[in-house]
Design a binder for this molecule. Structure first.
Ligand code: HEC
Ligand code: HEC
Length: 450
């Protein structure tokens, strides 16, 4: 989605809310009094049922996999390991096709729409909202059906298989208490209530939206929320339309329903993340995961295949809270460190040979001094052609977004961000990690101290 002109206005908004000095002109965060900051002592009954279901491994075809197997509470309910995609199925050996998103802070995600009003109030409406990388589930309850029945995830044959196990679960009585006597008798009704329970758990338990990061203290003008100079500079890079410009899609501002700082505007863009050879489905050269236009999502498929389609290649811009704790990044999990992701944004266009394979060239036995080692490809070639945008068929490359820092500048031009700006940006992104101790002292030295 193109957001011409709006980035400038947005930075003005951002900077008005977040001055260089932590004491200057900041508004009290609405989070201060939000129920989300309380502890989960009294979850509603259906949310408690949802909690049981979320951690119940018997509710899978293998008997070995629960929601928590992939959405680890210790990792902001994201991936428990650094695999690009997880293994599931009845044999626990069937590979997925996408990386596990973290489930924190999805509670105000609106339903998917082709023309969703952008929460920043400035961007033109475009594809936005919904759950999963392609928005094909409109609510958390709808979403929960997918993994329970997916052959490569929890692999139940059908809803009946799930409900049969629920009838035998130690919390069956609690289920009936929550949803009524005989609530487990009718399969469809019981399955639907189980999905409602999973939704209630994610919405009600503050562990899914704790707002305990340093950024929250900073945004709320609270004790312990003074940014170091590096963090303050990093926030500037994040929002500056001339350098990082991250806020243009990872919108920081006051969110929906009184929430704040979600670092996504729920919009979809094609940024042409490199193809991931570690995904089994990608062994087939004709297979492309193209997000909104399929094949997983089916309502925007090109017809016939190869005909123009503006939805191809678009994936949801994820929220960035706890991003520094993630170990797989992007819809296909092709990258494994935050620094690498930021360097991709910085050099996708200026040094595409670091990210996409080269064909027809000659590999140098040793790369030149100064050839960067942070890319996905660490072999340097003489000659050959870089397969830029290799995970999107050529017919759809016109959909690729042209906003900074991925503005399509020619190879060899200067990068949008300097080395110092990248370092500062990482310092800022680390302030989005939950569980910050307000009594911690800012470091006076080190990468993020000065
Ligand atoms: C085998 C690993 C695995 C299991 C088990 C699993 N998930 Fe997921 N989850 C994923 C992946 C991968 C995605 C992204 C799917 C996509 O984009 O198509 C996802 C996406 C989601 C999302 C969407 C998040 C967003 O920001 O859009 C929610 C919510 C979710 N899962 C909840 C659950 C619940 C509830 C369960 C248990 C019923 C569960 N998951 C079980 C791997 C898993
Ligand atoms: C044009 C919109 C846009 C801009 C600008 C943008 N992003 Fe993204 N970002 C996305 C989209 C879309 C994805 C998901 C892409 C995919 O998986 O194919 C994403 C994914 C990410 C991820 C992976 C998160 C995860 O959970 O896997 C990180 C980290 C990230 N962006 C950080 C940044 C930073 C830092 C900047 C600024 C330097 C930035 N982004 C600028 C749209 C954008």
């Amino acid at each position: 989605m193109k957001k011409v002109m709006l980035a400038m206005a947005m930075t003005a908004l951002l900077l008005a809310g977040c001055g260089d000095n932590a004491d200057s002109g900041k508004v009290q965060s609405p989070l201060a009094s939000s129920p989300a900051t309380q502890f989960a002592t009294n979850l509603g009954l259906s949310a408690r049922v949802g909690q049981k279901i979320f951690f119940d491994k018997t509710l899978s075809g293998s008997g070995k996999m629960s929601c928590a197997s992939c959405h680890d509470p210790q990792s902001a309910y994201g991936s428990p390991n650094n695999l690009s995609v997880q293994l599931g199925g009845t044999d626990m050996a069937t590979a997925g096709t996408r990386a596990v998103p973290a489930l924190r802070y999805t509670q105000v995600t609106p339903a998917y729409a082709d023309l969703l009003d952008n929460p920043d109030g400035i961007s033109v409406p475009g594809p936005g909202g919904g759950f999963t990388w392609d928005g094909r589930a409109n609510t958390l309850a709808d979403q929960a059906r997918i993994p329970l029945l997916a052959p490569n995830e929890m692999a139940n044959i059908d809803a009946e298989a799930v409900v049969t196990k629920l009838r035998q679960a130690p919390y069956a009585a609690m289920f009936e208490q929550a949803f009524g006597k005989d609530a487990l008798a009718n399969t469809d009704a019981a399955f639907a209530n189980a999905m409602q329970a999973l939704q209630a758990f994610q919405l009600e338990d503050p562990a899914f939206h704790p707002y305990t990061s340093k950024f929250d203290l900073y945004a709320g003008n609270k004790i312990g929320g003074n940014f170091t100079p590096a963090e303050t500079r990093g926030l500037k890079v994040f929002s500056d339309p001339a350098t990082g410009n991250c806020a243009s899609c990872h919108y920081q501002g006051a969110g929906l329903n009184g929430s704040s700082g979600l670092f996504t505007d729920f919009s979809y863009e094609a940024i042409s993340v490199p193809r991931n050879p570690a995904i089994a489905a990608n062994q087939d050269p004709a297979y492309f995961d193209m997000g909104l236009c399929g094949p997983t999502r089916t309502d925007h498929s090109p017809s016939p295949i190869g005909s123009p389609n503006k939805f191809c290649g678009m994936f949801k811009a994820p929220g960035l809270r706890n991003v520094a704790t993630r170990n797989t990044f992007f819809h296909n999990g092709v990258m494994h460190s935050l620094e690498q992701v930021i360097r991709f944004y910085n050099t996708r266009d200026t040094m595409p040979e670091l990210w996409y394979p080269t064909v027809g060239g000659t590999a140098k036995p040793t790369p030149d001094a100064g050839f960067p080692m942070y890319g996905l490809i660490t072999t340097q070639y003489t000659g050959g052609t870089v397969q830029k945008y290799n995970d999107l068929p050529a017919a759809y490359r016109g959909n690729i977004d042209t906003q900074l820092p991925l503005d399509g500048r020619t190879a060899g031009s200067p990068n949008p961000m300097t080395e110092a700006q990248i370092a500062d940006l990482i310092c800022f992104l680390k302030t989005l990690t939950d569980g910050y101790d307000p009594a911690a002292q800012n470091p006076a030295s080190g990468a993020c101290g000065k």
